[in-house]
Design a protein around this ligand. Structure first.
Ligand code: DGJ
Length: 738
């Protein structure tokens, strides 16, 4: 990979074998965008890529620069109010009330590797040779604000990671009213916009919209990235599909309020903005102080959406997730939540764990209800000490008993919350987010602790770390079950209240950082009423997340399929649960529940004692299967084949790095009478290799499976008599070995 600055033509070119990113210093001193896309060869002069012309009704810079209308220039970090009328990347509110800035090019710096972002999650390098970073510094001559735009290009990856750093080098206090992580002006609007939206138990459903003149956006004002929208969008060409065509993915490594927006202007230029949501943001920048935006990642694919996703999977799996568990197949767990809810005692838990151990489960997770006065969700949050009536030996005691069974022990926390009925709230009623003179709304009978305050984070840290030191805890599920309302911190002055949402998330990251540093072998799983904070920010600390509270195998197909556009299989928490399903009351076969849950971190969310002996035997076979193939499934190359958003059949597959093993999942919602013959074209195989289909006497070359396809006709449509009769909610797994 290379980053070059062509001095004579004032052009920056970042490129590797896959992509090019080209910028220029504009005649007025601002930074202009020239190209982002498939790699093109470098040359001294790209100035012909700069399109500018005088247009009637446009305002322009000066009589000398009469074609310089910012309205018609593609820029890197635009501001509003000079000659550009589009929504800007930056807004700086000054002491005199003015909001204009003039971001003049100052200098640049190229460094090997990638500098860390202080206090924020971000992609990283392990060796300097993996990436190069360009930092372009701009300065506003009036305020003295220094803005450093950072661009990292990685070797062999089709991504650019971007963020922005501010230092107030002037003498007046400034307020950042908007400081986006990324702004990108694309030369046309011939794109479809893909977003991943939903609600509790229906997260990350794929929705497609056309770009039209005007603004289209998704975002969150809920204090977390939210169930409703994910901080990830794709722009794809109308003809792009999973296997071919151009697409750009925009992903924000952040867990709080965000905005992702496309604005198509009067000349069909598309401006993408991504960053902290400006509506709830106002950062006071005293002279001499700094501000760092979260990082945004732009990924490019010239060969379809699967390739785009694989690019992000690999980056997030290897250079965003960290630590001991990053590259390790994940333990198969059993979680007691849907098995017991709040109705348990130690013996009941050990009973559940014992049967799970017998079936091959490796980790027992004690979910909500083990602490303080928590016997329902009205009390106890904030008091992170074991309820001795339920757990006479405390957490250390039950952990010992689980370990004695030969399993690891995991524990649930909801660190950011407090119930009114708790010792913590009684001692510190002012520690919640709450606007003075106003009522405080509830969510699940609880308040949100003010994590923008150091002493609050310290207190929660002390309670959690004590338990982690005293007891054999191998796993933590970190939950967060309500959104923020009446956001206000009693510890900050009036003119810093616009910082609270962001400072809250910084507090969450700080606690994660302290705990993951002190307990590096503990596996963290993030959770927020299922998937309300399933974002790259948390992936940096917790290499897996609870994908959704919806454990129904049919609903999960959409959720996991939608999630896969950005996130790798290794981070998707997915469990087999009881039937009738607790969210939908639906009955699905045990094999289908497992066939869906295999494509994730895999576990069980029920009391296995309640299954029949035959079902328990089936569970043993499922666990043995997952142990054999989890490394391939969690770390192989993932392909989407048939979309649940388009039809009755869903299919996906994974291929091992050496292409010698592949597993395809096939799922049907409703059975069909006299169904047509069907086949799916597999992907990612070696055309030259001959693959044996396990459990059959059939073998096929890779080229046949990818071009003719794998025949998947229903057993009852007249051909494949060797399979079990088909039914509603049917599924199959096809394992291929070269
Ligand atoms: C919401 C989570 O998503 C569930 O898995 C469970 O942990 C409950 N919270 C417990 O309150």
């Amino acid at each position: 990979m290379h980053i070059v600055f062509h001095k004579n033509t004032k052009i920056f070119h970042l490129y590797n074998h896959e992509i090019s990113y080209i910028m220029t210093i504009l005649p007025n001193g601002h930074l202009g965008q020239l190209y982002f896309g498939k790699a093109i060869r470098d040359r001294e002069d790209f100035s012909h890529l700069l399109e500018e012309s005088f247009r009637t009704t446009s305002s322009y810079f000066s009589e000398e620069l009469s074609t310089m209308s910012l309205e018609h220039l593609k820029q890197e970090y635009p501001v509003y109010g000079t000659t550009d009328y589009r929504e800007p990347a930056l807004e700086v509110i000054q002491a005199d009330g003015s909001r204009l800035s003039d971001l003049q090019y100052d200098s640049y710096q190229i460094t090997p590797g990638k500098p860390k972002l202080s206090g924020l999650p971000a992609t990283y390098t392990e060796h300097d040779e993996e990436a190069m970073t360009l930092i372009v510094t701009l300065k506003d001559p009036v305020t003295g604000l220094k803005i450093s735009l950072s661009y990292t290009i990685f070797k062999g990856r089709s991504v650019i990671a971007r963020s922005v750093h501010f230092i107030n080098e002037g003498t007046e206090t400034l307020h950042l009213g908007r400081a986006m992580s990324l702004s990108m002006d694309l030369p046309d609007c011939n794109y479809e916009w893909l977003q991943f939206s939903g609600v509790w138990a229906r997260e990350r459903h794929l929705k497609t919209r056309n770009l039209e003149p005007g603004i289209l956006s998704v975002g969150s004002l809920r204090g977390s990235s939210s169930h409703e929208h994910n901080p990830f969008v794709i722009l794809k060409r109308p003809n792009t599909d999973e296997t071919q065509g151009e697409a750009i993915g925009f992903s924000l490594i952040y867990s709080g309020n965000f905005l992702a927006q496309a604005e198509v202007d009067n000349q069909n230029v598309t401006r993408i903005l991504m960053g902290i949501h400006p509506d709830t943001f106002d950062w006071k920048l005293l002279p001499g102080t700094e501000f760092q935006t979260p990082e945004a990642v732009m990924a490019y694919s010239g060969s379809g959406l699967n390739r785009l996703s694989q690019t992000l999977h690999s980056l997030y799996q290897k250079r965003l997730a960290r630590g001991y568990w990053r590259d390790r197949p994940r333990p198969i767990l059993i979680n007691n939540w849907e098995a017991t809810y709040f109705d348990f005692n130690e013996d009941r838990l050990v009973d559940i764990a014992g049967k799970a151990k017998e079936c091959g489960v490796e980790l027992f997770v004690l979910d909500d209800g083990w602490f303080g006065a928590r016997r329902s969700d009205y009390a106890g949050l904030g008091d992170w000490t074991a309820n001795r009536d339920l757990l006479p030996g405390g957490i250390a005691g039950i952990a010992e008993r689980i370990e004695a069974l030969g399993m690891k022990f995991g524990l649930w926390f909801e660190p950011e919350m407090v119930n009114e009925d708790s010792d913590l709230y009684r001692a510190h009623p002012d520690w919640i987010l709450r606007t003075p003179r106003r009522r405080a709304s509830l969510g699940r009978h609880q308040y949100v602790l003010d994590f923008s305050r150091r002493e609050v984070v310290d207190c929660i840290h002390a309670m959690m770390a004590k338990l982690l030191r005293e007891a054999k805890i191998s796993y933590i599920k970190w939950d967060m079950n309500r959104y923020i309302t009446e956001c206000y911190s009693a510890a900050l002055p009036a003119d810093q209240q616009g910082e609270v949402f962001h400072r809250y998330i910084l507090g969450v990251y700080d606690l994660y950082d302290r705990l993951t540093s002190e307990f590096p072998h503990v596996l963290f799983e993030s959770c927020a009423s299922g998937g309300a904070r399933f974002d790259p920010g948390l992936l940096y600390y917790a290499p897996q997340g609870w994908t959704s509270d919806d454990t129904d195998a049919i609903e999960r197909q959409k959720i996991q399929y939608g999630t896969s556009y950005c996130y790798p299989v290794s981070c998707m928490g997915s469990h087999v649960s009881a039937v009738p399903n607790h969210q939908l009351n639906r009955n699905t076969p045990l094999y289908t529940r497992a066939n869906v849950a295999y494509f994730g971190t895999f576990g069980y969310e029920l009391d296995l004692n309640k299954l029949t002996v035959e079902e328990q035997e089936e569970v043993k076979r499922q666990i043995a299967f997952m142990k054999e193939y989890r490394e391939l499934i969690q770390f192989g190359t993932f392909y989407r084949l048939l979309s649940p958003f388009e039809g009755n059949i869903t299919s996906w597959m994974v291929v091992s790095p050496d292409k010698k093993t592949a597993i395809a999942g096939w799922y049907k919602i409703l059975n069909q009478v006299n169904a047509p013959f069907s086949r799916i074209r597999l992907q990612g195989l070696d055309p030259e290799l001959c693959y044996h289909l396990e459990g059959s006497n059939q073998s096929f070359y890779g080229d046949e499976l990818m071009n003719v396809g794998l025949f998947t006709s229903d057993a009852m449509c007249g051909k494949s008599g060797d399979r079990r009769p088909s039914c509603d909610f049917d599924s199959r797994l096809y394992v291929f070995k070269a």
